[in-house]
Ligand binder design. Structure first.
Ligand SMILES: *Cc1c(COP(=O)(O)O)cnc(C)c1O
Length: 370
């Protein structure tokens, strides 16, 4: 039973929100807090105030945003007495990599169902390589081209089959949703989003220490709970901070419905009155280009720009794409001159390796090493 605090207005103090969040059990899979840094060189070059929240540095098996979610989700699995975790995603999934590492850390067995889509890198490299290093049980399912994993009806039958097999062996599997986002399977609370309400507070505290007020948070959105959690955090504590999600997969109507659902569940779970209906989730779908995981030249160039100005690595699927969006928004004059913009680095860098040849091709550097 969670606290029954009811917020009469939207704005509550960070301390009261923190005490509400303290009720949720968690493991320490991630290294927190992650740094909030100014991107000095890129800010100068672009004429903006750009900060970066380094959730690529959460520590768990090369880091990423899923580590925060797993702090809560693994604790839930342990509270439920589970001895294995079953989850699913694409072959180069950052979610699956971090889930496997977290499972090993808390001592339960990781089981993955990975869907391989034609046209995306399928080597035993990057995230898949790491999944195998952790000796997780991996089942690979080949998909037909043009299908979206999230819409795949058969997913549930594959998951159910794997769960049944565990139960037959007398084990108790925890079935976790893709990305730790929607309340499905064994996860009955929006724990992924709740971890990002907490992350928003962490960022606010760091921003406060530097005397800055973030006007915008910009991030890559995939399964939606990172954006949902940051949105709830912002709406409760500092509604002047706008959270802008750059979709890397679905168009904004579909993605918007998904995030709105998680936002609603999160407000409810925290015992918080829903923010004003006019405060909609902001999701942009202008940068999906050829589709999820399909690299293009703009993304390769955005990765290089951040690397050469800041010495920071972005990834080819999420953060590189989100940076394409952010650069375009800056160019279009979306932000006011003095706005403080926080780019939330959600990780994903292990996927640089399976994409290396395509990235170098787009940058005109293939064959550079002879
Ligand atoms: C999963 C992921 C995201 C998206 O987070 P969601 O909560 O699924 O929207 C963004 N960036 C990276 C690197 C990720 O692995």
């Amino acid at each position: 039973m969670n606290t029954a605090i009811f917020f009469e207005r939207n704005i509550i103090s960070a301390e009261s929100l923190r005490s509400v969040l303290d009720v949720f059990p968690r493991c320490t899979c991630s290294h927190l807090p992650t740094p909030l840094e100014k991107m000095e060189n890129l800010s100068k070059k672009l004429g903006v105030n750009l900060y970066i929240k380094r959730d690529d540095q959460t520590g768990l098996a090369l880091g990423g945003n899923k580590a925060r979610k797993l702090d809560f989700i693994m604790a839930d699995a342990l509270v439920q007495g589970c001895d294995s975790i079953i989850t699913w995603a694409g072959l180069q999934s950052n979610w699956c990599r971090q889930t496997v590492a977290a499972a090993r850390k808390v001592g339960i067995k990781p089981i993955l169902i990975l869907f391989n889509r034609p046209g995306l890198p399928a080597e035993t490299d990057g995230n898949l390589f790491i999944d195998l290093l952790f000796d997780s049980e991996v089942k690979i399912v080949e998909m037909e081209s043009g299908k979206n994993i999230m819409e795949l009806g058969e997913v549930s039958s594959f998951i159910e089959e794997a769960a049944e097999e565990e139960r037959r062996k007398g084990n108790k599997p925890y079935v976790a949703p893709i990305g730790g986002s929607m309340t499905e399977g064994s996860m009955t609370k929006p724990l992924g989003a709740i971890s990002f309400v907490n992350a928003f507070l962490e960022m606010r505290r760091q921003a406060g220490e530097r005397n800055i007020n973030p006007d915008y948070v910009v991030l890559a959105t995939g399964s939606g709970s990172t954006q949902a959690g940051l949105t709830v955090g912002a709406q409760l504590v500092t509604p002047q901070t706008k959270v802008v999600g750059i979709s890397v997969s679905d168009e904004k109507t579909t993605m918007g419905i998904c995030i709105e659902t998680i936002v609603g569940q999160t407000f409810q779970e925290l015992g918080a009155a829903r923010a004003k209906a006019s405060e909609k989730v902001t999701i942009l779908d202008d940068y999906i280009a050829e589709g999820y995981g399909i690299l293009n030249q703009e993304t390769a160039r955005a990765i290089r720009l951040v690397a050469e100005t800041e010495g920071i690595l972005l990834d080819p699927v999420y953060t590189g794409r989100a940076m394409v969006g952010l650069l375009d928004l800056i160019e279009k004059g979306y932000f006011e001159k003095d706005d403080n913009i926080v780019f939330w680095h959600t990780g994903g860098t292990p996927a640089l390796f399976p994409y290396r040849e395509k990235i170098l091709d787009y940058l005109g550097k293939s064959g550079a090493a002879g």
